[in-house]
Design a protein around this ligand. Structure first.
Ligand code: DAH
Length: 340
């Protein structure tokens, strides 16, 4: 391609250096401007030339114009692409960018305590056994040696769907269900779960709460085995300095029956405000399984005997964390729950 006076070369160099649309525009005017552009000026005195030169110059000028126009368009496209790429870097939303981290919650303190209890008892060989919260009158009372009209029924008054069906008042019915299911001792099971009573909410009781029932059926079990199991559990949960004591009590499904207490962790058993100067905190009930209860579960009490216990998970959590109002566990106040 002919390039009179190096016009095209100069123009292309200027176009290549232009960084903005405005700079490109200037170059365009400088070379292709109608009146004073370099290409127009080249042609301004074409009229005075001989015909052969006229044609050659005309062609050269046209070639230059086309080449410059093409270079301008190419450079414009380049600048636009760069502008878009830049925008993508600085302003676009990057869908793959990880969002701000979600605040992670944690397991509810009652679940934590329940799992700790399960872990300790499982380490002794107990298996977790579950039972229904809607229970029949037979499993909740009758099978546990609490016949209709028995005064002890009042202590476990619950919510009834019908005279036959109620929300279980304790986890003890699972003892019967476990014996019926497993049939052949030895049986070592625990049942963590909800229970319901017709109690108005107070600092120490609620109409719904959780218990951990335990049942062992084997040959020649003693109160010593029962107490040793409870002591091992309590010391695993609260520390080796805790003591356990059992006091005579009454439950229709055990004979003999006991309440079991744990030495107060605050005063070490000396007596203080938090244990109401007793040195001991009440945890639950226990005893040697009544022969009639074994029979109701389908087990021959002349060949086997057993021990059982039941305590509240909330009570255990209150002991562990010095909580003085059971209602706090269920109010879902994060200021309380986040502490554990
Ligand atoms: N079921 C009793 C209650 O809810 C607690 C209990 C006492 C469970 C003695 C037992 C037991 O297994 O042997 O108050």
């Amino acid at each position: 391609m002919s390039d009179p006076l190096g016009l095209t070369t100069q123009a292309l160099a200027a176009i290549g250096q232009a960084r903005t649309d405005e700079e490109l525009e200037k170059v365009e005017v400088e070379y292709l401007g109608r009146k004073s552009g370099h290409v127009s000026r080249l042609l301004s005195n074409i009229g005075s030339l001989p015909p052969a030169e006229k044609a050659a110059l005309g062609k050269a000028a046209n070639d230059a114009k086309r080449a410059i126009e093409a270079a301008l368009a190419a450079r414009r496209a380049e600048l636009e692409a760069a502008r878009l790429a830049d925008l993508a870097e600085t302003e676009a939303i990057d869908m793959t960018f990880p969002g701000p981290p979600l605040k992670r919650g944690h397991i509810h303190v009652l679940t934590q305590v329940r799992r700790e209890i399960e872990t300790v008892l499982e380490s002794l060989g107990y298996k977790v056994e579950l039972g229904p919260e809607v229970e029949t009158e037979w499993y909740n009372f009758e099978a546990l040696n609490i016949p209709a009209g028995h005064p002890a029924r009042e202590a476990w008054d619950s919510f009834y769907f019908s005279p036959e069906l109620l929300l279980r008042a304790h986890t003890s019915p699972v003892q019967i269900r476990a014996m019926q299911r497993i049939k052949e001792p030895p049986i070592y099971i625990i049942n963590p779960g909800r229970a319901y009573r017709r109690d108005p909410p107070e600092a120490t009781r609620l109409p719904y709460f959780s218990q951990v029932e335990g049942l062992a059926v084997d040959k020649g079990l003693t109160v010593g085995d029962l107490k040793g199991t409870l002591l091992y559990m309590i010391q695993s949960l609260y520390g080796r300095d805790r003591k356990v004591r059992v006091r005579p009590s009454y439950f229709p499904f055990t004979e003999p029956s006991f309440e079991f207490d744990v030495s107060c962790g605050i005063c070490g058993g000396m007596g203080c405000k938090s244990c109401r100067h007793k040195g001991w905190l009440e945890v639950g009930g226990c005893g040697m399984v009544h022969p009639q209860v074994l029979r109701n579960g389908g087990i021959d009490p002349t060949r086997w005997n057993g021990y059982a216990w039941g305590f509240g998970i909330e009570r255990m959590a209150m002991l562990k964390h010095d909580v003085d109002d059971i209602r706090l566990f269920y109010e879902s106040d994060l200021r309380f729950l986040e502490q554990f």
